[in-house]
Design a protein around this ligand. Structure first.
Ligand SMILES: Nc1ncnc2c1ncn2[C@@H]1O[C@H](COP(=O)(O)OP(=O)(O)OP(=O)(O)O)[C@@H](O)[C@H]1O
Length: 391
C-alpha cells in the first residue's frame, strides 16, 4: 500500500484527524522502515466546527506517541462573512499552509489520504458538472506549485479503513459536516454503494483513456494554432463542444493570464467559447486586469494596461508630443490648437468622419485588426466635428 514511498526521503503528511488520514499515519508509523525524523505532520484547525479542537487533540496525541514533528495552523476567522464556499476556502488555506511547511522544512513531498470512495465521488461530480479535467477521478500524483502531492490510499475503500481502525481501536475524528446534505458531494456519498465500485473503477479507466485521446487532439490543435497569447480560432468550430472548452482552458491556463480562470472557471470558459464561435468579428470580455478579445480569427489575451484608451484636449505641439511621435513637423504647423487627441476607436468609429469616411471604413480598408485599431491615435478638431489626422 505504501509502495510509492521512498523511505529514505522526507515527507509532509496532511492529517485532519479524520479516519483516512489517521489510517495513513498509523500505517506509516507501523512500517518497518519508518523513521520519525523523515516525517512532518501538518494539521489545520479551521475552528469552523465547535468541536474541531477534538480533531487537533487526536492528531497531537498520535504525534506525541510516535515522536513526530507536528505543525498546526490554528485559524481564527469569523465565518459569517465568508464569501466563497467553505470547502474552497479551506482547501486554499490548507494548501498555502502546506507550502509554508514545505519551505520551512525544505520538504517538497506531501502525502494526503484520499481513498477510493473519494475517487468515485469526484468522478461522479465531474460527470454531473461536465467538468473540464486533466484526469477523471483523482490522480495518484499531482502538483501544487513546487509541491508534489502523493495519494497512497486511492485503492482503499472507506469501509476497509474504518474496519481496520475499529479493530485496532484507533481513535479518529468524525467530521459532522460530512453528513450535511447541502453539499452535492455528500448527497452522492450517501447514495453510493461500495459493491458498485468495481464497475465505476472500470468506467473511470475507460473515461481516462478517452480523455488521453482528446488531450492529444487538443495539444495538436494548440501546437498548430497557438503563438504565445494568441490563439487562431477559425478551425475551432470544427471541434466538439467539449474539445473547444478543453482547448480554450489549456490555452489560458498555460499563459501568463492563468489567474483569469482561477475563479468562476466554468462560467468564463463558456463565455469565451461563445465569443469564439460567434459570427461577430470583434468582442471583448473584460476581467479585473485583463481583456479577452475575439479579433477576427484570433483569440487574444491582453493586459488592460496594454490598450488603455484616452481622449485628451491638447493645447500645444509639446502636449501632443506626449501621445504621439511628432516627427511629422509639417502637420504641426497646420493644426489650430486646441484639438482633441484620441485612440478611442469605439467612441469615434462612425462619427465624426475623416475626409467623409468613417474610421471603421478606413481601418477596414487598411485591414487593421481590432487590437491595432485601439492603438492608433487620431486628432479631432475642438468641436469634434471632424477627424483631422490619423497617425
Ligand atoms: N484540516 C486538515 N488538516 C490537514 N490535512 C487535511 C485537513 N483536511 C484535509 N486534509 C488532507 O486532505 C485529505 C483529503 O481531504 P478531505 O476533506 O477529503 O478529507 P477528510 O474528509 O478530512 O477525511 P480524512 O481526514 O479522513 O482524510 C485528507 O485525507 C487529509 O490528508
Amino acid at each position: 500500500m505504501l509502495k510509492e514511498l521512498d523511505w529514505k526521503s522526507r515527507y509532509l503528511v496532511a492529517v485532519s484527524g479524520g479516519p483516512d488520514s489517521i489510517f495513513l499515519l498509523t500505517r506509516i508509523v507501523a512500517h518497518e522502515k519508518f523513521k520519525s525524523e523523515n516525517f512532518v505532520i501538518c494539521h489545520v484547525n479551521y475552528n469552523y466546527r465547535s468541536d474541531s479542537i477534538k480533531d487537533q487533540k487526536i492528531v497531537e496525541q498520535l504525534c506525541h506517541k510516535y515522536n513526530l514533528r507536528l505543525e498546526v495552523m490554528n485559524l481564527q476567522k469569523d465565518y459569517k462573512n465568508l464569501k466563497e464556499n467553505f470547502e474552497d476556502f479551506a482547501r486554499n488555506v490548507r494548501y498555502n499552509f502546506f507550502i509554508d511547511c514545505a519551505q520551512k522544512f525544505n520538504i517538497w513531498n506531501l502525502l494526503v489520504a484520499h481513498n477510493l470512495n473519494d475517487v468515485i465521488e469526484t468522478y461522479l461530480l465531474q460527470k454531473i458538472r461536465n467538468n473540464i479535467v486533466e484526469t477523471y477521478g483523482i490522480a495518484k500524483i499531482s502538483h501544487y506549485q513546487n509541491l508534489k502531492i502523493i495519494r497512497p490510499l486511492l485503492e482503499k475503500t472507506k469501509s476497509s479503513i474504518l474496519k481496520t481502525l475499529d479493530s485496532e481501536n484507533i481513535a479518529y475524528a468524525i467530521d459532522s459536516t460530512n453528513f450535511d446534505e447541502k453539499f452535492l458531494r455528500n448527497k452522492i456519498r450517501k447514495n453510493l454503494e461500495e459493491s458498485e465500485f468495481q464497475s465505476y473503477s472500470r468506467e473511470i479507466k475507460l473515461a481516462n483513456i478517452e480523455m488521453k485521446k482528446m488531450q492529444v487532439k487538443r495539444d495538436r490543435f494548440l501546437k498548430e494554432n497557438q503563438s504565445e497569447n494568441i490563439l487562431k480560432i477559425n478551425q475551432l468550430d470544427k471541434q466538439s463542444d467539449f474539445s473547444q472548452k478543453m482547448i480554450i482552458a489549456k490555452f489560458i491556463l498555460e499563459s501568463p493570464f492563468k489567474d483569469v480562470l482561477v475563479f468562476s472557471k466554468k462560467k468564463l470558459l463558456s463565455e469565451i467559447q461563445k465569443i469564439c464561435i460567434s459570427t461577430k468579428p470583434f468582442i471583448l470580455i473584460k476581467t479585473k486586469d485583463n481583456i479577452i478579445m475575439k479579433d477576427f480569427n484570433e483569440l487574444k489575451l491582453i493586459k488592460k494596461t496594454e490598450i488603455q484608451t484616452k481622449t485628451n484636449l491638447v493645447n500645444s505641439a509639446k502636449e501632443l508630443g506626449e501621445f504621439i511621435d511628432l516627427g511629422e513637423e509639417f502637420l504641426i504647423t497646420q493644426i489650430n490648437f486646441p484639438v482633441w487627441i484620441s485612440n478611442d476607436y469605439n467612441k469615434f468609429k462612425t462619427n465624426p468622419r475623416f475626409n467623409n469616411k468613417t474610421l471603421s471604413k478606413i481601418y477596414s480598408g487598411r485591414k487593421k485588426n481590432y487590437f491595432d485599431r485601439l492603438k492608433i491615435f487620431f486628432i479631432l478638431d475642438y468641436e469634434q466635428k471632424s477627424i483631422l489626422y490619423i497617425f
